[in-house]
Design a binder for this molecule. Structure first.
Ligand SMILES: Nc1ncnc2c1ncn2[C@@H]1O[C@H](COP(=O)(O)OP(=O)(O)OP(=O)(O)O)[C@@H](O)[C@H]1O
Ligand SMILES: [Mg+2]
Length: 507
């Protein structure tokens, strides 16, 4: 009854701790998440919390009881025979000293064990997420090795730690047995000559056993507490992570929704200490309702440029304004609600297609969902599926093609009717015909709304009001298609590589 009660308590406690930790993770910024691996987060949310729970459980079970048992038994032993009780005065401190060294030896190992477990989880997570790639590249052998290494590292350290912890029991029994032998040796003679009752001698031995067992449980408890401390620190580390992207004290709620964007000498680096700026001194202005295309080689900073707008990251220097307000002065949720973003990598969740489309607006009705899907050129293929919008997607949308996933992601953003829409290379897997239909629908939908579109194909950007050309983090040119053809070498190069020399000279 006693244990059941405490176990239930510990289970509930674990649940709340896990919930709080999960909530905390939801608040972390992209930068925080860059720092800590998903594998490690999973270990912290599972194993570390279980370690803490076990500690609490043991604490309640043992720590509450053992000291009383030990003290009570010592008193009883002294009452029975003060002379024999001197043995306890030697045995108990001896046990404490041995335990102290045990704990000191294991403590650093526990931290390593948890780190190795992080590694196992990271490898597992990466492997499962990328299993198709590893199969396609026939890298199963390599992956097996990688897992084997992580796994055996983890096992080695765990075994080493447990070996030391396992010394506890033999040492305890040794000290106990030696004490009993001494008690029997000294007390036995008195029992034989009748000056000490045999019953009292047996009772005395029982008390000694009780004392030493209690003391060693307390010591084991200390080992537990020290492992749990490692886990607690790891949980604390997440709990204390502060998203550097937070609302300021009195954010502007900015209700008018024109969608004018101004980048003012923006420089940005993911980690200013170790990385040269990914964006350098970028300035441009987008008027409300304009469609802006962003071009540039891979790694030139396109994704970084647009992720500054909804403050997925904050600028290193310079400022970004929407409708005249610095984004850092705006209310974060209000800001993000205004901006619809389709990330470069389409990320879908397991669930129905309908739920995926209305992810950002769960109360949207079917009509809106269908309208968004139609605009994103997704309605047709969704309707041709046997269960239409109720088709269940597997994990990360495995049962869809790349282009289908992209179109569902676009529908998801369009449903929000954002005043600013960001498409990060979101049509790369969509054929040209579908793309041009999609572009037409977008143009209709986005009247009066601003659209930032990253694209690789000149054909996708020709009609844009403004084209930005990025090269290695610098904005090397901006203008319309015709202006850039006339003035920007890089743009001409891209144009020629896609359309051939002759067309270029005619254009
Ligand atoms: N989370 C990150 N942490 C550190 N560096 C990053 C991070 N994301 C991108 N980078 C670096 O920033 C630079 C610009 O990356 P970015 O993703 O903005 O390029 P991109 O123009 O979008 O390329 P692509 O066309 O391939 O998508 C790259 O050199 C990249 O290595
Ligand atoms: Mg990119």
């Amino acid at each position: 009854m006693y244990n059941l009660f405490f176990d239930c308590f510990a289970a509930f406690w674990r649940r709340y701790l896990r919930r709080d930790l999960f909530r905390k993770v939801q608040t972390l910024s992209f930068r925080n998440l860059d720092e800590i691996s998903t594998g490690s987060l999973i270990t912290r949310l599972t194993n570390d919390i279980v370690q803490l729970q076990t500690m609490v459980q043991m604490l309640l079970r043992i720590f509450v009881r053992s000291p009383f048992l030990a003290i009570g038994s010592i008193i009883m032993a002294v009452i029975i025979s003060p002379k024999l009780a001197i043995i306890l005065a030697v045995a108990v401190p001896l046990l404490f000293i041995v335990m102290f060294f045990l704990i000191r030896a294991t403590l650093p190992l526990f931290a390593t064990v948890q780190k190795k477990l992080d590694k196992v989880n990271t490898v597992l997570k990466e492997n499962f997420a990328g299993i198709r790639v590893s199969k396609a590249f026939v890298r199963a052998g390599y992956e097996k090795d990688r897992f084997h290494h992580a796994n055996s590292d983890f096992t080695q350290v765990s075994v080493k730690t447990q070996r030391i912890v396992a010394l506890n029991m033999p040492i305890l029994t040794m000290i106990l047995n030696i004490s009993i032998v001494i008690v029997l040796w000294l007390g036995g003679k008195n029992a034989i000559d009748g000056s000490f009752e045999v019953g009292r001698l047996v009772a005395f031995i029982n008390y000694v056993t009780q004392v030493l067992f209690s003391v060693s449980s307390v010591a084991m408890m200390l080992v537990r507490i020290s492992t749990a401390k490692v886990s607690a620190d790891r949980i604390q580390e997440v709990m204390h992570m502060e998203s550097e992207i937070v609302n300021e004290a009195n954010p502007t709620m900015n209700s008018y929704k024109q969608g004018e964007i101004l980048y003012d000498h923006v420089t940005f680096s993911y980690d200013p200490k170790i990385q040269k700026p990914v964006l350098q001194d970028v300035s441009f202005k987008v008027r409300p309702g304009q469609t802006v295309a962003i071009m540039g080689a891979t790694g030139s900073g396109k994704t970084s440029l647009v992720s500054l707008l909804p403050r997925l990251y904050d600028v290193t220097s310079g400022r970004i304004f929407i409708d005249g307000t610095d984004v850092r002065h705006m209310d974060l949720s209000a800001l993000r609600e205004r901006i619809g973003i389709v990330l470069q990598e389409s990320i879908l969740f397991s669930g129905s297609i309908r739920d995926n489309i209305r992810y950002g607006k769960p109360d949207a009705d079917d009509e809106d969902v269908i309208a968004a899907a139609k605009a994103a050129q997704a309605h047709e293929f969704i309707s041709s599926m046997p269960e239409g919008y109720d088709t269940m997607l597997g994990q990360r949308g495995v049962n869809l093609s790349g282009g289908q996933k992209q179109r569902i992601s676009i529908a998801r953003a369009l449903l929000l009717r954002p005043s600013i829409l960001i498409l990060d290379d979101s049509m790369s897997a969509i054929d040209m015909g579908t793309e041009s239909r999609l572009q037409k629908e977008l143009a209709k939908l986005m009247i009066g709304r601003t659209c930032l579109m990253i694209a690789q194909r000149i054909s996708s950007v020709m009609d844009a009001d403004l084209i930005l050309v990025l090269d290695d983090g610098k904005l090397v040119a901006q203008g319309t298609h015709n202006e850039l053809l006339a003035s920007c070498d890089l743009y001409q190069d891209i144009y020629q590589s896609q359309f051939g020399k002759e067309v270029a000279s005619h254009g």
